[in-house]
Ligand binder design. Structure first.
Ligand code: SF4
Length: 429
């Protein structure tokens, strides 16, 4: 039998009424899901050649980790991020030598560059002069209203947007402890919960008043925290209150191993509710991972058209009889290099559950007993030894890619119903 689970478990027949109830529930869930996935409409801003907000595609950003004044290193990192698929790259400009490097950097790269200005408004003015396509600013860090106004006016003249970024660590003026205590006390007395969120929202409102009083609306908002649940809460609140596009992110998320869970849970939840117009996943790891994981998140939520193959694989279990993890890793690397269209490829460890789980894949292999049965668009095409699986699978993917490119077939459209073979042995060739 394909699976003894199906034969040993008692089967309960559902009554007509139960079936109707289940169908109704599925319909309701689908409606809720579709409604939630409806993108929240916002104003649009233009960052170089990238539009953010409204119905523009959700863009993926990253930030360089090296020194901006080290021009060659900075350009090399921006190129690596661009090659990984970044739409926009941010650079820090803490010193004058950093803004001095910007014209040369901008001339050598193809993505819009955002200058991240922390404490000194002059760095913002220099960056605008240098030709950056956006400024990221936390007005609270600059402090002096006239200096903030000077940046707003310069951005207005240059017709570039500003991201107002509020982080949990810089939500109040750190130099003024008395002021911080007063702010905290007032929020604790007014709100029964979420004093930190309330404080951050209040800061955003306060900053927006400054910008709007100068008739400046070329704005993107962010409010980042480390706690995934709080990130969801605050962006839901921002989304309700303002129609400016939202830049989603989790601050100091940690290394990729744990930061990915933190970031994807927060950003995935928001995006699935239609909230968010541009994203940055931030890791204490190679910045290329931020871009790769951001793009994969959008792909998984069908918010971006996948470029290249989609690999699905089983987690493996005691039924496994091939070195599945190595096979999956080898297949992934080869697909990255060889396949440029979104072929769905499934690598399954056995013929027990694999066929059902791989249904819908354009190309699939079910391994077992040191062999692999390969399917293309639902048709079994080969039964090969373990050491031949990788090459044959790749050959089938490349052949399918050529056929798709010639217009002879279409991915995903052919109804694929893979019938599980009874056994790996036999005349499956
Ligand atoms: S497909 Fe993979 S995880 Fe599923 S039963 Fe087979 S070996 Fe185990």
């Amino acid at each position: 039998m394909v699976s003894d689970v199906t034969t040993t478990q008692p089967r309960r027949l559902l009554g007509l009424r139960q079936m109707e109830e289940i169908s109704r529930l599925v319909l309701i869930l689908r409606l809720i899901y579709n409604a939630q996935m409806q993108r929240r409409q916002t104003r649009q801003i233009q960052v170089g050649n990238v539009t953010i907000g409204g119905d523009a595609p959700i863009s993926v950003q990253s930030m360089t980790a090296g020194y901006t004044h080290d021009i060659d290193e900075c350009v090399a990192e921006i190129h690596r991020l661009t090659n990984a698929g970044a739409d926009i790259v941010r650079v820090a400009v803490p010193e004058k030598k950093d803004t001095a490097a910007l014209p040369e950097i901008i001339s050598q790269v193809s993505v819009p560059i955002v200058a991240d200005v922390h404490f000194h408004f002059k760095r913002a003015l220099e960056s605008i002069e240098a030709g950056v396509q956006k400024i990221r600013l936390n007005p609270g860090n600059i402090g002096d209203i006239e200096q903030v106004n000077a940046v707003i006016d310069a951005c207005k003249d240059a017709r570039i947007p500003i991201r107002i970024g509020v982080n949990e660590g810089s939500v109040v003026e750190r130099k003024d402890k008395q002021k911080r205590q007063e702010e905290l006390a007032s929020f604790f007395s007014d709100r029964k919960q979420g004093h930190l969120l309330a404080m951050m929202i209040a800061k955003v409102e306060e900053y927006l008043e400054i910008f709007e009083s100068r008739d400046f609306h070329d704005i993107c908002l962010s409010a980042k925290l480390m706690d995934a649940r709080l990130v969801i809460d605050i962006y839901q609140e921002l989304s309700k209150r303002f129609d400016y596009p939202l830049h989603l992110g989790v601050t100091h998320a940690g290394p990729r191993e744990t930061g990915s869970i933190r970031s994807i849970s927060a950003l995935g939840s928001l995006l699935s509710q239609g909230i968010g117009d541009t994203i940055r996943i931030s890791y204490a790891s190679d910045t290329v991972y931020e871009v790769e994981d951001g793009i994969e998140l959008l792909n998984c939520l069908n918010l971006r058209t996948r470029i290249g193959a989609e690999l699905i694989a089983c987690p493996s279990c005691g039924r496994i009889q091939v070195d599945l993890f190595k096979l999956v890793d080898d297949v992934r690397k080869q697909l990255e290099n060889e396949i440029d269209i979104p072929i769905k490829v499934a690598v399954m460890g056995c013929v027990v559950n694999g066929p059902g789980e791989a249904e819908g894949a354009d190309v699939a292999v079910f391994a077992g007993d040191r062999k692999g049965i390969i399917y293309v668009q639902g048709e079994r095409v080969a039964n090969v030894k373990e050491d031949e699986i990788l090459d044959r699978l790749l050959l089938e993917c490349k052949t399918l890619q050529e056929r798709v490119q010639k217009g002879e077939t279409t991915l995903g459209e052919k109804a694929v119903t893979i019938v599980a073979p009874i056994t790996i042995e036999g005349n499956h060739t």
